[in-house]
Write a protein that binds this ligand. Structure first.
Ligand code: BTN
Length: 324
């Protein structure tokens, strides 16, 4: 009912709509309408009420509900169905369950906060309420499992482009899929896959981006390595506008990948990662490797040249840049 009330208020834009008309259209009593208006106000909707003219929507809060997001979306298929939660364990886990139960490509799970947000390599992703974006997209690409990491590279490119277009700042992708602004991490990606030997059933593309965190909100542990778009831009970010841009970029880049294969994705990733020739220290499965980054291969693995000139292929790990 709240979604329908908001829809009616939006349709009448700056004009009033009478309580009588709303109660007639929704087939509920005027008292019920009045109660829902009060509830919507507690969510942050500014609704003007006049005994003679009815109700008028003055301002909407920056919530990630379908009724706030959908009017902004210009995508063809990503986000046509949005599963919204105030809080969840993890949007990835929820999307995984939905995909097991047949959720379609492009369905999105979004939460205002996560209790057990999952990061890469078994880490925790700090997910405080109403500040950032935590979302997961169900994808069903017709590719083989060994190409799955290309989806991660594709998503990193989409995220970097969404940030650049939204902020005018130039993000850098750090292998495999961290997004940095001014050398600090602003966003991360975590993909989970369900597949057979030669066929992917689905990929859950998990995206976390720090939008409105202030420096003091980060723990001591990550303070020096993490940032938010608000910190970098010096202004509060509209989460719903950012989400709209991000879903658009994801749809664009995924479509390129599906139609043209990996070449464009790898080129775009290389352009945005500026990896070649960097002196790096990689921690991979407890081993520390120091070398010069040569490239990523078509499976998304990092190729390092070691001091003895030999090349090493790294499939997972953490990278630190030593010097340029
Ligand atoms: C990383 O470690 O860099 C990856 C972080 C990914 C976090 C996002 S938040 C939304 C989605 N749900 C999760 O539990 N994790 C991802």
């Amino acid at each position: 009912m709240d979604e329908k009330i908001l829809q009616l208020l939006r349709e009448s834009a700056s004009a009033f709509i009478s309580g009588e008309e709303i109660s007639h259209r929704l087939k509920v009593s005027r008292t019920a309408v009045w109660k829902r208006m009060n509830y919507l106000r507690t969510l942050g909707y500014e609704i003007e009420a006049s005994t003679r003219s009815g109700y008028r929507l003055i301002r909407s809060p920056d919530l990630l509900t379908p009724s706030e997001i959908k009017p902004l979306l210009k995508t063809k298929w990503i986000g046509k169905k949005i599963h919204y939660f105030e809080t969840l364990d993890s949007t990835n886990s929820q999307a995984y369950q939905l995909a097991l139960n047949g959720a379609e490509e492009g369905e999105v799970v979004v939460a205002e906060s996560q209790e057990r947000g999952k990061g890469r390599l078994g880490r925790h992703w700090f997910s405080p309420p109403f500040l950032n974006l935590y979302l997961s997209v169900v994808l069903r690409p017709n590719i083989s499992p060994h190409q799955a990491s290309l989806i991660t590279l594709m998503a990193a490119v989409a995220m970097a482009d969404a940030i650049r277009k939204f902020s005018g700042l130039l993000p850098l992708i750090k292998w495999p899929n961290d997004i940095l602004l001014g050398g600090r991490k602003v966003a991360g990606l975590l993909n989970e896959i369900q597949s057979e030997m030669d066929r992917i059933h689905f990929v859950i593309l998990g995206v976390g981006i720090n939008l409105n965190m202030d420096e003091k909100m980060f723990s001591e542990e990550i303070k020096s390595i993490a940032t938010s778009l608000k910190i970098e831009m010096g202004q509060t970010i509209s989460r719903k506008n950012f989400l709209q841009s991000l879903l658009q970029e994801l749809e664009n880049w995924y479509t390129i990948f599906m139609k043209q294969g990996s070449t464009m994705i790898l080129k775009a990733w290389r352009d945005r990662a500026q990896l070649k020739g960097r002196q790096v220290k990689v921690t991979s499965f407890g081993e520390i490797l120091i070398g010069v980054a040569v490239d990523v291969d078509s499976d998304g693995a990092l190729i390092l040249e070691m001091a003895d000139g030999k090349r090493k292929r790294v499939v997972a790990g953490d990278v630190e840049y030593s010097r340029r």
